[in-house]
Design a protein around this ligand. Structure first.
Ligand code: NI
Length: 168
């Protein structure tokens, strides 16, 4: 089922998500909904709090449009190693019509549970490394705009407020 994606400044996006204690059918149902919602948007990643579910679950698919989908499901993901610097443009389904460069690590190693509750390890670089960092941030209530300099963040907030006023 396609769920509604919450957008900035919804306070639900600022809340910290709780670890999944056991991977059950309801976890798998949540992941199914998250994947459908991400592909429908379309986006390359989605975290559970973006649909108002405060559990540590993320989905990512960075495959190109002309390639078969390659869904990554990470439950309780933890970055166990990070190195190098990246500074790439990011966007977010919860922050529509805004993009900015964000400082990240270039390479990460991530440990997480899969849909069977089995621990998996991903060695990620480039776009995948950035996607993991971006989505894991969501689980801690952090949006990519929170990484911007004060000046850039203020410009973003002003733009967002203006857009909200124009909608009314
Ligand atoms: Ni995002």
């Amino acid at each position: 089922m396609i769920r509604t994606i919450l957008t900035y400044p919804n306070p639900e996006l600022k809340k910290k998500s709780a670890p999944v204690t056991i991977v059950t059918d309801s976890t798998r149902e949540l992941v199914q909904d998250m994947a459908e919602t991400m592909y429908d948007a379309p986006g390359i990643g989605l975290a559970a709090p973006q649909i108002g579910v405060h559990q540590r679950v993320i989905v990512i698919d960075i495959s190109a449009k002309n390639e078969p989908p390659e869904l990554i499901v990470a439950i309780n993901p933890v970055i166990i190693h990070a190195e190098g610097d990246a500074y790439e443009e990011e966007g977010c389904l919860s922050v529509p019509s805004y993009a900015a460069n964000v400082k990240r690590h270039a390479r990460v190693i991530v440990k997480a549970l899969d849909l069977d509750g089995i621990e998996q390890t991903w060695k990620a670089d480039d776009l995948l490394a950035i996607a993991f960092q971006h989505e894991i941030d969501h689980l801690d209530g952090i949006l990519f705009v929170d990484h911007l300099s004060t000046l850039k963040r203020e410009l973003f907030q002003r733009k967002a407020r203006k857009a909200a006023e124009e909608k009314q």
